[in-house]
Design a protein around this ligand. Structure first.
Ligand SMILES: Cc1cc2nc3c(=O)[nH]c(=O)nc-3n(C[C@H](O)[C@H](O)[C@H](O)COP(=O)(O)OP(=O)(O)OC[C@H]3O[C@@H](n4cnc5c(N)ncnc54)[C@H](O)[C@@H]3O)c2cc1C
Length: 269
């Protein structure tokens, strides 16, 4: 899109942040989904006037209606959120609207065979909510490149590497899936999302910590790739984090099942 305004255009109260929101990627979270606004025109040296805009909806709450065009669906979304609508008062599209008639998530059952391997997003995809994609791609390229080099040196196929590669690739999708699922389910209540997002933040911090420490403690790519196999997308693979995450998911399940209110969940946290 072009001519997209700033989110502050529609805000009645100041968010009191020391910067304009268009200096970064904007996520609007709401019950049953979220939208992104990524400006490429937010820099004084920018030669690109495009703004990337997308809307993700939980099919359990917003079932697909083939009689509504993607643009009308977007317009319907805007009418529900007048403050966001103001940001889009003068937008123009520069490419054809696209939408997905069914859920976009998928997960392969196998990531590697004798002479083939799937890279990150072709192995599985959930939702771009937490921007994990390039990290996932880099990890899969790094492990796979190491496997191919070693297989060539030993004059073998990829069979000996299948089990470990499958596990790390599929675990990445599963952990992102959990994170996205519980986040969507908590969007209906600001209190719940505030609580649940702590898992995302602690998870991302631990993941980064593990990644940087395994890099620091590896003296060659072989060692680094071996250690990469222990890395987990959320929480880095630290057992203590996994224990905490399991406990929090149980609290979330009770909230989702209607057994616990946000207040009661907060006390359990
Ligand atoms: C809104 C949004 C925000 C994101 N933010 C982040 C972020 O902050 N950080 C992050 O790490 N990740 C982010 N991601 C995810 C990231 O963009 C993807 O993980 C990454 O682009 C995947 O790279 P890829 O090369 O595997 O696939 P792609 O970038 O999808 O590249 C695949 C290419 O193959 C081409 N192609 C497809 N089919 C064919 C064909 N049959 N023949 C020839 N070419 C073909 C496509 O046109 C495309 O150019 C975000 C994604 C979205 C949607």
């Amino acid at each position: 899109m072009i001519n997209v305004g700033e989110v502050e255009d529609g805000m009645e109260l100041s968010h009191q942040l020391p910067w304009r929101m268009n200096q970064g990627t904007l996520h609007n979270l709401f019950d049953g989904g979220w939208s992104w606004v990524i400006p490429f025109n937010n820099h004084r040296n920018s030669k690109n006037n495009l703004v990337s805009v997308g809307l993700l909806l939980d099919p359990d709450k917003y079932s697909y209606n083939k009689n509504i065009s993607p643009e009308n669906e977007f317009q319907n979304f805007l009418t529900k959120f007048p403050s966001i609508q103001k940001q889009f008062a003068n937008y123009r599209t520069v490419m054809t609207w696209v939408n997905a008639p069914s859920a976009i998530q998928f997960k392969s059952t196998q990531s590697m065979g004798d002479r083939w391997a799937l890279l990150a997003s072709s192995n599985g995809f959930v939702d771009p909510l937490y921007s994990k994609g390039i990290y996932y791609s880099m990890v899969s390229v790094s492990i796979l490149a190491g496997n191919i080099i070693e297989a060539c040196q030993k004059n073998t196929n990829l069979e000996p590497y299948q089990k470990a590669y499958n596990k790390v690739m599929l675990d990445y999708v599963t952990s992102n899936d959990d994170l996205v699922y519980y986040s969507y389910k908590s969007f209906a209540s600001k209190k719940m999302y505030r609580l649940y997002s702590v898992i995302w933040l602690i998870g991302a911090y631990n993941e980064y910590l593990k990644l940087t420490t395994i890099r620091a403690f590896s003296s060659n790519y072989k060692q680094f790739n071996k250690k990469l196999l222990q890395l987990r997308m959320v929480g880095g693979g630290f057992k203590e984090f996994d224990t905490l995450e399991n406990k929090i998911h149980k609290i979330m399940d009770k909230y989702i099942g209607g057994e616990n209110s946000p207040e009661k969940s907060r006390a359990s946290f």
